[in-house]
Design a binder for this molecule. Sequence first.
Ligand SMILES: *[C@@H]1O[C@H](CO)[C@@H](O)[C@H](O)[C@H]1NC(C)=O
Length: 374
Amino acid sequence: MDPRFSLFFLFVVVAAAATTLMDEVDDSASESGPFIRQVVDGSENVNNPRLGAEHHFELFKRRFGKSYKSQEEHDRRFKVFRANLRRAHRHQSLDPSATHGVTQFSDLTPSEFRRSFLGLRSRLRLPSDASNAPILPTEDLPTDFDWRDHGAVTAVKNQGSCGSCWSFSTTGALEGANFLATGKLVSLSEQQLVDCDHECDPEEPGSCDSGCNGGLMNSAFEYTLKAGGLMREEDYPYTGTDRATCKFDKSKIAASVSNFSVISLDEDQIAANLVKNGPLAVAINAVFMQTYVGGVSCPYICSKRLDHGVLLVGYGSAGYAPVRMKEKPYWIIKNSWGENWGENGFYKICRGRNICGVDSMVSTVAAVQTATSQ
Ligand SMILES: *[C@@H]1O[C@H](CO)[C@@H](O)[C@H](O)[C@H]1NC(C)=O
C-alpha cells in the first residue's frame, strides 16, 4: 500500500474514533487534546460549547421518559447530567475495555445514585449459620461457563428507586440453587425480604436488613433459613416500597434454604463453587456501574468499599481483546436495574485482581429438595 494512503487511512480511523468518543462526552471537550477539540469545533457550533450536552440531555430525557416538576429542577438535573458526562469521560479513560456513557442514572449525583439504587449494608460479622465453604477441586473447571445457558437464571428484574439490591442478589442465588435441587426455575419474592426480613446482629446495632434502606445477602439467607423459605414472585409481587407489613404466607413457600456458606477470596474457588452450586451472591463497589454501557469493565483503579449486591452467573476466559491489550478473563454478573441497563441487564468485570472488591464477599446457598421434585 502507498505509505501516504495508509497514513491517510490511519487519520480517518482516528478521526472516526474521536468522533465516536465525542458523541458520548462532547461536554468535556475542554479536558481533551487539541485534536479532539478540532473535531468538535468542526461539527458543532463553536459559539455554543454547551450545545453537545444539551443535545444529549434531550436524547436522554426522551429515551428514559424523564420529566421534571419545574424549570428549576430541570436546570439542576441538566447540571448533574453534564457533570456525569464528564464523569463518564473519566471512567472511559480509567476503564478503556468497557464503554461508559449515558445511562438511566445520568441525571443523578453519585450520592443520590448510591442512596436509591444500591443498598448493601456491610457487616463485619457473619450470621451464625454461615460456615466457610469446603475447598473444591479446581483442575477440571470449564474455561467458559454461564448459568444462563443451563436454565438457572430468571429474567433480569428491576429494584426501582429502592436500596433493595441485597434482596435481588439473595433471590437470584436461591433461584439458582432451587433449580439445581428441583429442576425447576421459579422466580422468588424480593418483597418478602423487603417487608419481612429485619434480621439483625444484636452486637452490631444498625446492621439490620431494612428494606429499601439496605441489607446484606448473608443475613437474608439467615432470615430465609429461619422463616422456612421464600414465596413465589407472583404470590408476593415486588412493589419497591418498604412501608408495608409482612404478608408472608408459610403455606405458599416455593423454595427453602438448607445451608449457605461464605467462599474465600480465591478466584478459582469462586469459579468452582459457581459451577458446582449455582449462581453466587456477591458484593461489589458500583461506582463504575453508574456510567457503564457495555464491554468488560476493568478499571485501573476502583474502590473496594462494597456498596452493591449482585449475582455472579458465569465467567469467560478471554472473550475480548481491547486494542493493544492481552485478552482478559471476566465474570458475568446479573444486576437488578432492568434490561435497559448495561448488556441487557448484565455486567462484565475482569477477573484476576479482586477488581472493585468483587471477590471480597461471595456466598453460596443450597436449597432444600422439595417433595414435588421427586
Ligand atoms: C451444605 O452442606 C453440605 C454438607 O455439609 C456441604 O457439602 C455443602 O457444600 C453445603 N453447601 C453450601 C452451599 O453451603
